[in-house]
Design a protein around this ligand. Sequence first.
Ligand code: ADP
Ligand code: TRP
Length: 321
Amino acid sequence: MRVLSGIQPSGNLHIGNYFGMMKPMIAYQETAELYCFIVNYHAMTSVADGERLSKGTLEAATDFLALGLDPAKAIFWVQGDVPEVTELTWVLTNVTPVGLLLRTHSYKDKVAQGIAPNHGLLSYPVLMAADILLYQSERVPVGKDQQQHLEITRDIAIKFNGLYGETFVIPEAEINPDVPTVLGLDGRKMSKSYDNTIEIFCTEESLRRKIAGIVTDSTPVAAPKDPEKCNLFAIISLFLDREEKAELADRYRRGGLKYSDVKKDLFARIWEYFRGAREKRRTLEENPGLIREILKEGAGKARDKARPTLDLVRRKVGLAY
Ligand code: ADP
Ligand code: TRP
């Protein structure tokens, strides 16, 4: 099976990114033909600072490798190193209704936040469709927030296949049913746009501060509490096995539980959970040349895979003559 997903290099990666997308992707390297990339073209819709984009790209790649992505088991590259994707985007724009793009939640949310509604922002889902279809991907592991983008990709592929004959594989989103949405410090979806994240790689001090900032209710210590309504419970559950989770839920319901104790436990678990990755990251950081090499090799492989699809598309639409 061919599995593909990408992540934007537009900020420090957080545990929502990890559980929603990176962890399932890394697991797939053992069983699937895996395509994993850093989507720097997409990040241009929110980062208008060349230095920040370029630095963020290398950092996101370093993070992924530190967390266990193995370039010997996956094709790992930077989107913009395979410019074929922009050609496919142009082709696909011609089968994409503007109305569909105007109705996209992510577009509407960003405009509501005051981001200028430029063409890049509007056509973001078409570029994403090109990413997925160029490699004939079958499965796309993402968080729930990307579901609509995947539906748009499917619509575009079906429309293209209908017009020009069977060309693209119709991909499916894969959303982890156990953690469709990781909640942030304030109980909303964890997202860098809401400034409510717990970063994967941060200092001990910063992690402590973030965890102290998790919003909890004001139920007195002695009173029973409902774990299902507690944001802190949702976050710590990511680091508990089934039994530990049931036991903690029980402690909530019995009363006498202090949120500060749960926060202490959460800190210790997160710090331990990412210990190996943190150490690996320190080694990788010292060798950016090696990371560039890995990405360059990955881009070569991705390009070889992309070319036959693009040639087929060019023939179908009449760009080849
Ligand atoms: P952000 O919302 O912080 O900007 P991105 O949009 O860059 O994050 O998301 C990158 C990947 O991580 C996507 O697959 C997305 O679905 C997943 N993801 C992001 N936030 C979460 C979350 N809170 N829970 C689950 N998955 C998430
Ligand atoms: N839009 C995705 C996000 O913000 C990133 C992305 C770009 C992507 N191209 C993709 C994800 C292709 C999966 C497949 O998270």
